[in-house]
Write a protein of this length. Sequence first.
Length: 255
Amino acid sequence: MHYTNYFKEIATTAKDEGIYIGMGNPNGKILVIGKELAIDEEKEKHVSDKTLKRNPADWVYNIENPQEEIPNCESNEKLSLFNPLFPYKGMEIKQQPAGHTWRKYQLLYEALSDTKSDVYTFYENFFISELNQIPSKYSSLQNSELRAIWIKKRIEVLFKTDFFQSFPIVIVASGHYPREHNIDLCELFDIDFIPPTRHVDDNTAQWYNLHKSKSKTHPKLLIHTRQLSMDVTNRLIEEIANEIKLFCKEKKIAL
């Protein structure tokens, strides 16, 4: 596995700062930014410690040992084998409920790659991160002031860096967070909003906003949408995939 200097810099900084980076392929073409990891820290502290708090240290280890084979980690019973490069490697999709965020990511990946799999494979071309550092099963239960502090820090330390800015496709699947926390996506990613807000099948709950870069030499598509979980429809996933395919065809980007 080859790691860019951009990512090596991020890993070192994040380890020093104690900041969660993300999971998946750092050389992938698609960056997905969600709300936060859906972990109950009181009941699943061991999961939080390994998948979130050890995240930057695990990336530094991967960088220092690029040839090491990543073992399967199909469930939390093998959590000691968890690696953010192949998160829960070998886990079958059916192990998680239909509304789980990862199942939605997998649907999107399959729509883009024209593949089908019984195990998760989206991390082969997706890099997944979160706006918020604080894990929670439900964002409504969080301290919004503390969340705002973490989001601001993550924007400065992570999302403004060359690594996160380098992805040609960005999906901000964080619903109302940008509005609630005054995040100007256009300024952050140097993009323009392409109105109007799209509602799939005239359903206001199934929406997305399109943004495209101002640069002609570094094309970027950013799609802001709701959190991809629960009652997100397959039609919304299909429309997002179609927008990405059209953009990649126009800009000659190979996924």
